[in-house]
Design a protein around this ligand. Sequence first.
Ligand SMILES: [Zn+2]
Length: 279
Amino acid sequence: MVGFDTITIGKNKNFCRNGFNRSNKKMPLYIAHEEGVTVWDIWPAIRAATELLKSANAKGMQILNIGTLNNYKPETNSLELQKYASVEWYIANAIYTPEMTDKEIPEEGGQQILAGSETKKLRAEQLLEDLTKEPWRDPKQGRENHYDFLIVNSELYMPRGNGNRTIKVDAAVEPGICAVMSVTQFDYIRSDDKRTRHEHIIIGTAYHLGKLYGLESCNKACAMNKQMESTDANSVRNYRSFLIHKNVLGKNLLCDDCRYKLNDYFNPTLFSKIRNIFG
Ligand SMILES: [Zn+2]
């Protein structure tokens, strides 16, 4: 039997840290994006989500492309819901301020932060925190719990170690709840090479989505291969090319083991339910 690590956040495995019941894994996936992310980058991400869920036999799960919601005016008196209304708000709340960059000594890309390059820089931790806490997933507010997958064209940074250093990351994930992914990680491919960029985004998104659904990295020819978490952008790029060469697109993005685990995540057998309870 393949080992399956139960995602544990907080003490009770059935409750994530925002307190909402997470025993139902078949929640809709909301795909949102920062203003300016093109449809050429969003579409392959949606395709990755579709292929992953199909191969996991996650029947009845919805994928909603909710866009930027920047002109969305929620019909509600709830100040909390109004506050969390648009992707713009989440982005604005996560921007690096000059005071922060003065205090923190970035390990990578630090020169760019201090010099203030054109690309916006966001604190991935803050995005995950706001997405986790958002009232939009709160059934008490009449809302539906869901997975969030936010696609940005800004760069993402995360504290590392004791928090004194900050590193640039491709994506950040709160398993079982939300993820944020930067499309700047695909900028090694020219934006006019649409086909290659499209294919690499499918593979890259599948990896980050897999993490969102609690998968660990594996050793097979698979979108979850541990090569994908290399800090060397070139080896990640080469591995994505290798998978495309292996013709995984449209067939199986995941190896048999990962597919089994994902299937078990959405459709747990009685045996795995008992195992998850007794851990
Ligand atoms: Zn695998």
